[in-house]
Design a protein around this ligand. Structure first.
Ligand SMILES: [Zn+2]
Ligand SMILES: [Zn+2]
Length: 350
């Protein structure tokens, strides 16, 4: 008994392995198929909904500004250095001249008029050099400011184009998302349908491990390949699908619960031998071990001083006596635990 049970356990583990391995390969295969889907349609960008000519024009302006700025910056820097040097030269020459004039006034030397003239001329020359350098720097600086203004205008115009294109772009994006989703739905829905059909069919049959693998695969496909691609659209689609799924699943749960209760009731109406026939031997042993009735699944009460022979809920004959040695035994035992004689169908049933 023990060996048989553990071998059954091994078979169960192996069956699960078959299911999981099959599901793994199916997931890989399905991933390849579904991975090719987005290539069916090219991605949508907001630029597609902006007037192409105007946009290119503005982009060109921006590019020209960038090029010109790159050329202008070293010029500005050089002009700045040149201006600073010229200012420095002029300032020191000016200081020297002022000192010279002071000494001249103090000594009152009239013979220095020619030198005064030449020194003044030199100072004027340095001053004009400084002015030129300053003008050059200012020009470069102004040009840079003008470039900045042009760029800002181009940016603003581009932003305007983008804003104008936004509604059309959003709609196209939504349609695109919807298309991808519907494609995925068209691939996933049949899988889910087949799985639901497999789940509801009884008995499950010898190929149940394969079917279970397929069901695992379709569940994976649903949650990983479909749910994340639900178009959002302000949550309407997402919540709508959630509501729909809950209703569908709830509907099947309620129906199967009702079917179970109806079946139990029908079973209880059947003649005893037929009921016993319908109960699985291993299940019956398991259930009586857990003190539940194998016929109606309800708990069996413990009564002090009385032996329970029949289910108090459904009347199923639970314990009888061996036809050979009269030992009281569980009615589902195939052999008497006391004398080992085969329990006759009569003995089993009553
Ligand atoms: Zn019962
Ligand atoms: Zn016996």
């Amino acid at each position: 008994m023990k060996g048989q049970r553990s071998r059954e356990g091994v078979f169960q583990v192996l069956n699960w392995l078959v299911s999981i391995v099959l599901a793994g390969f199916l997931i890989g295969f399905g991933g390849l198929v579904i991975g090719d889907l987005p290539k069916v349609s090219s991605p949508v960008t907001v630029e597609q909904f902006m007037p192409a000519g105007r946009q290119a024009e503005l982009e060109q302006v921006k590019q020209r500004v960038e090029t010109e700025r790159a050329g202008l910056l070293p010029r500005l820097e050089a002009a700045g250095e040149k201006r600073d040097r010229a200012t420095e030269t002029y300032t020191s020459a000016r200081e020297a001249f002022d000192n010279w004039v002071k000494t001249r006034t103090a000594t009152g030397d009239g013979a220095q008029d020619t030198e005064l003239l030449s020194r003044t001329r030199e100072l004027d020359r340095l001053k004009s050099l400084q002015d030129v350098a300053r003008a050059e720097h200012d020009a470069a600086s102004d040009a840079l400011t003008a470039l900045g203004t042009q760029e800002a205008a181009a940016d603003k115009a581009l932003a305007g184009l983008k804003t104008a294109a936004e509604p059309a772009y959003k709609q196209a994006r939504f349609l695109q998302d919807l298309k991808v989703f519907l494609l995925r739905l068209a691939l996933t829905l049949p899988l889910l349908g087949i799985s639901a059909w497999m789940l509801m069919r009884r008995p499950r049959g010898d190929y149940w491990p394969f079917k279970r693998g397929f069901i695992l695969f379709s569940a994976f496909a649903f949650f990983v390949e479909l749910v994340p691609y639900l178009p959002d659209y302000g949550g309407y689609v997402r919540f709508g699908v959630g509501i729909l799924l809950t209703i569908v699943i709830g509907h099947f749960l309620i129906r199967s619960a009702r079917a179970y209760l109806a079946k139990r009731e029908a079973d209880e109406q059947k003649a005893e031998p037929e009921r016993v026939q319908a109960i699985n031997y291993d299940e019956a042993l398991k259930k009586i071990g857990a003190r539940t009735c194998p016929g109606c699944d309800r708990g069996l009460p413990t009564m002090e001083g009385t032996q329970l022979d029949y289910c108090v809920h459904c009347g199923l004959h639970l314990f009888n006596h061996c036809s050979a040695c009269k030992t009281r035994k569980f009615a589902f035992f195939r052999y008497c635990m006391s004398c080992g004689s085969l329990a006759s169908p009569e003995g089993q049933a009553g």
